[in-house]
Design a protein. Structure first.
Length: 102
């Protein structure tokens, strides 16, 4: 907690979640897969860290032809970039998901 900042974009090359290291403001990881087919230009995107900082609920994902909120899980070791996985997708929305909260 307090080591990373996550941002999310919804258009073109910015259709991804980027996790930044706060200590040097360098990119830790850029996650593309759950968002590649997501709609462009949603009104807003409000992602949410879990209280323990191990998970990130990310709106505007599109998986298996369904609008979802993708749950991204950080490897328990908290190691270098790339050690994140889409551990769950909360499916069932008929429109793009724009907000998530723990």
């Amino acid at each position: 907690v307090g080591k990373y900042l996550a941002t999310q974009g919804d258009g073109g090359e910015e259709k991804a979640v980027v996790v930044w290291r706060v200590r040097d403001w360098q990119q830790e990881v850029k996650i593309l897969k759950p968002f590649m087919s997501a709609p462009d230009e949603t009104m807003f995107l409000r992602l949410s860290w879990s209280p323990d900082g191990q998970n990130l609920a990310t709106p505007n994902a599109f998986v298996k032809n369904s609008f979802t909120c993708a749950l991204l899980e950080r490897a328990s070791g908290g190691g270098a970039g790339g050690e994140w996985a889409n551990s769950a997708s909360f499916m069932g929305s008929s429109e793009p998901v724009v907000a998530a909260s723990f």
